[in-house]
Design a protein around this ligand. Structure first.
Ligand code: ARG
Length: 469
């Protein structure tokens, strides 16, 4: 059994229950790359300020690099009695390079070390999620372009409201994701602050150069208060909150895809590759990908609540409570990436049933608002127009007719201002065509928003490439 690095003041061995209860190795070994990178930068900084000699630094760095390749190759022997990823790597370093390995932890604590590791991990995770969000947006742009003219019913209260284009609907999803991307970029700036140098809580007596370490590690700033830096996990909260909002958005998209692919709607077919079957009902083809995405939002919301609870009322500075930050963080990243990847695949395999959509858009008196707006154009105050059209709709309902089926004389019975030119406004194509302003549903406006969206996406990708890491 290897000696615990903190064993000096203890007489009795750790109870086996405590050992397994406090163990974090099972999950935090996932941070090894960041832990090693942080240690290399720390060692170089110590040499830079003269705490380590250049030769000692070389030994430490090459030892750490060898350990990294041992872990990469799956040849590293993880020792649970050494608690966590940090002590496993440090202990192996001393085993490999001897006495010099014991100097690495100078001017550092696991408290600032783990906070630094997790911030580096989250910075990469944010970048990966932004990238995946951009991929999904790209898939939505392709649909919007293809279906810029396809007309479908737009809903409020899940009741047919007004005709819209499929392109416009899909671009609404893309707008949600665009804000998610922006949120993650902003959160990333607050993640990318380096705690290293805070040591356990009070800083260190060694002449450290924190700016040097930060440059090595791609941090944009160093933390301004050592107590705060080792203890707060608000960057985790913020990241998971952003992720929870992404999941809200994905769940909304998923829900609509589920509805639309149902027999009753029949708006879309989802390709076989993105559906699964039933073990009893041979005819079934189910939208399980969308359903699981909808449900997995629950995990991420749960992770957010878990982390809020971990942080709530925690006294300064570091407490072991904070070890509980990792599993919700990892699970959030894994869940998001999985959902985004599969949704991106699925949206490339959605086939819109244009005739069915068109028929559905013609039902439900979807152009009643157009008739009211037409009357306003003829000088009728909007409230009066609304009233007259309401009566016309009630009449048409009683006659089991659509508004377009009414004759000019019938329509004039509700407002004498109505003329022959009303019929093109009652057509759903006319209804969407006139909504050509910025943010409107007209095919031209949709195409423009796709052009703008693609330009924004390219700018995001460029920004992502240029970020320090
Ligand atoms: N495994 C610990 C964590 O995840 C590392 C820091 C432990 N620090 C300590 N003083 N026990 O937070």
């Amino acid at each position: 059994m290897p000696a615990k690095p903190w064993g000096g003041r203890f007489r009795q061995p750790t109870d086996h229950r405590v050992e397994s209860f406090t163990l974090s190795l099972g999950f935090d070994r996932r941070l090894y790359e960041y832990d090693i990178r942080g240690s290399v930068a720390h060692a170089r900084m110590l040499a830079h300020v003269g705490v380590l000699t250049a030769a000692e630094c070389e030994q430490v760095v090459s030892g750490l690099e060898q350990i990294k390749s041992e872990i990469d190759r799956g040849e590293f022997e993880w020792i649970p009695a050494l608690e966590d990823v940090h002590m496993n790597i440090e202990s192996r370093l001393t085993e490999r390079i001897g006495e010099v390995g014991k100097k690495l932890h100078t001017g550092r604590s696991r408290n600032d070390q783990v906070a630094t590791d997790l911030r580096m991990y989250m910075r990469d995770a944010a970048d990966e999620i932004i990238d995946a969000l951009l991929d999904l947006q790209n898939g939505l742009f392709d649909i919007a372009e293809r279906e810029a003219e396809t007309i479908m019913p737009g809903f409020t209260h899940l009741q047919v409201a007004q005709p819209v284009t499929v392109g416009h609907h899909v671009m609404a999803w893309s707008e949600m994701l665009e804000r998610d991307v922006q949120r993650l970029f902003e959160t990333r700036r607050r993640i990318n602050v380096m705690p290293l140098g805070s040591a356990a809580l009070a800083g260190t007596s060694f002449p450290i150069d924190r700016a040097y370490t930060a440059r090595e590690l791609g941090f944009e700033a160093v933390s301004a208060n050592s107590l705060d830096a080792v203890s707060d996990r608000d960057f985790v909260l913020e990241f998971i909150a952003d992720a929870a909002i992404v999941m809200v958005h994905l769940s909304r998209v998923a829900e609509e895809l589920i509805l639309w692919s149902s027999e009753s709607f029949g708006y879309i077919h989802i390709g076989d590759a993105f559906c699964t079957g039933s073990s009893i009902m041979p005819q079934k083809k189910n939208p399980d990908v969308a359903e699981l995405t909808r449900a997995k939002s629950g995990r991420v919301f749960g992770n957010l609540v878990a982390m809020l609870t971990v942080m709530k009322a925690q006294p300064l500075a570091y407490n072991r409570d904070n070890q509980e930050d990792k599993e919700p963080s990892f699970d959030t990243v894994d869940t998001l990436l999985a959902c985004l990847e599969v949704m991106t695949g699925m949206v490339s395999d959605i086939h819109f049933q244009n005739e069915r959509l068109f028929t559905a858009a013609q039902q439900g008196y979807a152009t009643a608002t157009d008739l009211a707006e037409y009357l306003v154009g003829k000088g009728v105050p909007f409230r009066d127009a609304h009233e007259a059209v309401g009566q016309a709709v009630r009449y048409a309902l009683e006659q089991h007719k659509d508004l377009t089926d009414l004759s000019l004389t019938e329509l004039q019975g509700f407002r004498r201002e109505i003329e022959e030119d009303v019929f093109c406004r009652l057509q759903i194509e006319g209804s969407v065509a006139v909504r050509s302003h910025v943010g409107g549903t007209a095919p031209g406006a949709v195409r423009q928003s796709v052009v703008d969206g693609r330009a924004r996406l390219a700018a995001h990708r460029e920004a992502l490439d240029g970020l320090p890491r």
